[in-house]
Design a protein around this ligand. Structure first.
Ligand code: TXA
Ligand code: MG
Length: 342
């Protein structure tokens, strides 16, 4: 339907609509998940859309609700290292690699680090898009942890947004976009980290650890534990769609660079600016952290992108952030928000 913003299309009649509720009732969430339903769950990074990772029918509902292509594998959420090794298969790994994986779990779990390891037999192909590896993480949000501890199975959960759009960092963000598609949204407040987990994996071919996606755990911190972690090489088939060029993208055009110059170039337009600490005096300004804290900036990034996308600016400009710590993840997400969709 040309000319109609996608946000207005969500109220179209749809035969599969369910009533969407927001609440803090963990036993209700557990009941739904045990019954093979999907539930939106808070994590410290972004909200996830969760289902029983061992039940392909339940997992399929995630793909349908998100309109996610089946080539995009999901992250499996666990309540600890022991459960993780029941989902992954340690057998193909050398003892050194197994130790390194264990050390990463000890150092960074619970927290925003996802590990890609050989897949165990119980994981359905739909979860991993047919790959022989599985992505695993232990979330740090107390609600997600309690849920995982109570359940008899791990939870497959991608971010709770329509495929390709900005990830949700509040329960309201989830409702705005998945209303009618998910019966229950567990409200755990605004996410403390605000960008998705860092994803690293053991790459059997190069016999080394590789970085699939920068995120909430600084790569420098990971490298302090296991040594250098190079970026995964791009392949024809996206091994990790987190590495797809256009992703995490608002509908409006996004440009990154020297904001004052870009503002001069686009004078006369209604402009929204995302910056670290400087107010550039645009039509709308989102200063993500007046004190220059990159953690605070990451926490505020997606809400700023959403607000600008929903408001009446025509163009979104963003500074390039300092590349260290969480700055790498911020630049990565802004870069993909800016990438032209083909
Ligand atoms: O913080 C997060 O990671 C959030 C919360 C909900 O945990 N989840 C999240 O999921 O960002 P999602 O689906 O939006 O991104 C998961 C990424 C995808 O880019 C996917 O391709 C990658 O993880 N991934 C999953 N399994 C993989 C595998 N076996 N090999 C490489 N990448 C994988
Ligand atoms: Mg996502």
């Amino acid at each position: 339907m040309p000319g109609i913003p996608r946000s207005q299309l969500r109220h179209e009649p749809d035969l599969c609509r369910v009533k969407t509720e927001i609440g803090t009732d963990l036993s209700r969430a557990e009941g739904l998940l045990r019954a093979g339903e999907i539930v939106a769950v808070p994590t410290e990074t972004v909200y996830g859309l969760a289902a029983n990772a061992f039940d392909p029918d339940a997992v399929l509902k995630i793909f349908l609700a998100k309109q996610r292509p089946a080539f995009d594998p999901l992250i499996v959420h666990v309540h600890g290292a022991e459960q993780a090794w029941g989902v992954a298969d340690a057998q193909p790994l050398d003892a050194i690699v197994r130790d390194q994986a264990g050390a990463l779990m000890r150092h960074f779990w619970p927290g925003p680090l996802t590990l890609v390891l050989p897949k165990g037999r119980r994981v359905p192909d739909l979860v991993t898009s047919g790959l022989d590896t599985v992505a695993l993480r232990m979330p740090a949000h107390p609600m997600a942890q309690e849920l995982l501890r109570h359940l008899e199975f791990p939870l497959a959960a991608p971010s709770a947004n329509p495929f390709g759009y900005v990830s949700p960092t509040t329960a309201r963000h989830v409702k705005d976009q998945l209303e009618g598609k998910v019966p229950y949204i567990l409200d755990g407040g605004p996410c403390a980290v605000g960008v998705e987990s860092t994803i690293i994996g053991w790459d059997a071919e190069s016999r080394g650890w590789v970085l699939y996606r920068p995120g909430g755990t600084p790569v420098e911190a990971v490298e302090a534990v296991i040594g250098r972690v190079p970026k995964a090489r791009k392949t024809v088939l996206p091994v990790s769609p987190g590495t797809l060029e256009s992703h995490y993208a608002p509908r409006k055009p996004v440009l990154i660079g020297a904001v004052p110059e870009l503002m001069r170039e686009h004078a006369g337009k209604r402009i929204g600016v995302i910056s670290l600490r400087t107010d550039h005096g645009a039509t709308v300004n989102h200063v993500l952290s007046p004190k220059g804290d990159l953690g605070e900036a990451a926490r505020n990034l997606f809400a700023a992108l959403r607000a600008l996308d929903a408001g009446d600016v025509e163009l979104i400009l963003a500074e390039e952030f300092p590349p260290e710590g969480l700055g790498a993840a911020i630049n990565d997400r802004l870069g993909r928000a800016a990438a032209k969709r083909g």
